[in-house]
Design a protein around this ligand. Structure first.
Ligand SMILES: [Zn+2]
Length: 298
């Protein structure tokens, strides 16, 4: 069996109203639209675990601490005493290098594992001083970074899976529909025991408070998710979708929200994920448990 983890930055469980693009999209926003005090009807038999992103620490949940928590199972805000935005600092990088889900699986002999995202040539030419939690985790586990060559060969997707950003930057890559990108991610999920895909533009749209951009983006993102679910072999794969903190579900404020985030689970072991996950710190332990349990070899 295998696990596919879809990580979407800045997607919380909000209230209905004109501030929430997920409400305005109606059925088009399923399964990303989850609202407070309302049981969602999720396609493909999906289950919801409302997930605490505040982690017992004052202040607004942020990306670096939230992502590090998701990827390691260590409650980073509680351990370090703060939420941190942007990219992980030295203390967080150390936690990732020791405890990331990729490393835990590697130590337990579970593989192959993959990070589906492609990196642009710019990343290799001049490595940025600050890198995302996923980059630290992938590197520490010795998993190769996927390139634009991989992307062109159908072995990777960009964080903007349509490739629009890359084309605007002048890269020689084809534009892809959400369904074409989903096909690639589904294939990677099939070929690997654990596959991660990361998407962070929804958080950006939230900070910009740009409703039109958010509506377009969320429409494409939900098409992508539904297409992944239609293509993945759900009888042998568990698909988990989660986020680090709320943002895009409330465009009336430019900041992250204090809302819980949806952890959605489909497929083979979805019930185990939904019953196990209560906070961001439960994601990695739940996934490692699934992939190492006695039945996982089947
Ligand atoms: Zn943000």
């Amino acid at each position: 069996m295998s696990v596919l983890l879809l990580f979407f930055d800045g997607l919380g469980i909000g209230t209905r109203g004109r501030h929430n693009p997920l409400h305005l999209l109606g059925e088009d926003a399923s399964p990303l639209a989850v609202f407070q005090d309302e049981e969602p009807r999720l396609p493909f038999g999906g289950l919801l675990a409302r997930t605490d992103a505040r982690l017992g620490v004052e202040g607004r949940p942020q990306s670096a601490s939230g992502q590090t928590t998701i990827l390691t199972g260590v409650n980073v805000p509680a351990t370090l005493g703060y939420h941190k935005q942007g990219f992980p600092n030295a203390a967080m990088r150390e936690i990732i290098r020791e405890h990331s889900v990729f490393l835990r699986l590697k130590r337990l002999g579970v593989g192959p594992n993959a990070f589906a995202n492609a990196y642009s040539p710019r990343f290799f030419a001049q490595r940025p001083r600050w890198v995302a939690a996923t980059t630290v985790a992938v590197e520490a586990a010795g998993i190769p970074f996927r390139t634009l060559e991989d992307l062109k060969a159908g072995r990777a997707v960009y964080h903007d899976f349509t490739n629009r950003f890359l084309v605007e930057l002048g890269a020689d890559v084809p534009l892809r529909t959400p369904e074409e990108a989903a096909e690639i991610v589904a294939r990677l999920a099939d070929e690997n025991r654990f596959t991660l895909y990361e998407h962070f533009i929804a958080d950006r749209a939230g900070h910009e408070q740009n409703m039109d951009a958010a509506l377009d983006l969320l429409r494409e993102l939900t098409r992508f998710v539904r297409a992944v679910l239609a293509r993945v072999e759900l009888s042998r794969t568990t698909v988990v979708l989660t986020s680090d903190h709320g943002n895009v579900e409330d465009l009336s404020k430019r900041n992250h929200t204090l809302n819980p985030v949806p952890t959605l689970a489909w497929g083979r072991d979805s019930a185990r994920v939904a019953s196990r996950v209560r906070s961001l710190a439960d994601i990695t332990p739940a996934l490692v448990e699934l992939l190492t349990s006695a039945e996982a070899a089947a």
